[in-house]
Design a protein around this ligand. Structure first.
Ligand code: CDP
Length: 208
């Protein structure tokens, strides 16, 4: 059983993915962490984000069991990840692990940008989680504030819009809603409400 959640930055898909996985007793993979891990490894070595050979080597050497590093959550790592994620060879290097993860029993929830379109095109349930850029910027701003990071809401909104453009505009595996994905707009929903709607959608698909 595979549940694919795709959507733009700060749409709530990560939190939603964890809640859905816990609810059904499924495995959960935040695929953004894979791209973030490659990015952090480049940054830590003082390498350029466009260094294709280094990025591919680091992607191939990635230990997916070590995605707990709090530095992966850094804002600069998220921004960098959307640059590194444009490299087709990096995406290819990370594909097999994601597909093997998706096949885990009794089921898996994967969240990202291209799960329903590229990684698991035959997923049992496909949900595209979105919200207006303003609502997403507000969430990320509050998240940064809670972590004691300095930023204005306007700065965060500009970054979100730039990231949306990069993720949707790239040639390889761009962020887009799969034709057969269900749209879940969380602009007006808090996480509990979004979870309830998502479980309702899943129930309609898989009967539980
Ligand atoms: O948490 P947030 O939404 O800020 O970002 P993320 O999900 O951790 O992803 C960071 C970046 O990795 C995204 O902006 C994408 O460019 C890239 N990514 C991707 O290309 N494909 C995925 N399946 C997941 C993330």
């Amino acid at each position: 059983m595979i549940i694919a959640l795709d959507g733009p930055a700060a749409s709530g898909k990560g939190t939603l993915g964890k809640r859905i996985a816990a609810h059904y007793g499924f495995h959960c993979l935040d695929t953004g962490l894979l791209y973030r891990a490659v990015t952090l490894a480049l940054l830590d070595r003082g390498l350029r984000l466009h260094d294709m050979w280094a990025a591919v080597a680091l992607a191939r050497a990635l230990d997916p069991n070590r995605l707990e590093d709090l530095d992966l959550r850094r804002a600069d790592v998220g921004e960098g990840a959307s640059v590194v994620a444009k490299i087709p060879e990096v995406r290819a290097a990370l594909l097999e692990y994601q597909r093997a993860f998706a096949a885990r029993s009794p089921g898996a929830v994967l969240d990202g940008r291209d799960i329903a379109t590229v990684v698991c095109p035959t997923a049992d349930v496909k949900i595209f989680v979105t919200a207006t850029p303003e609502a997403r910027a507000k969430r990320r701003f509050l998240e940064y504030q809670a972590r004691g990071l300095e930023a204005t809401e306007a700065d965060v909104l500009a970054l979100i819009k730039a990231r949306d453009a990069r993720d949707s505009g790239r040639a390889n595996a761009p962020l887009r809603k799969a034709d057969d994905a269900i749209l879940l707009d969380t602009t007006e929903l808090d996480i509990d409400a979004a979870f309830d709607v998502a479980v309702g959608l899943i129930k309609r698909k898989i009967g539980r």
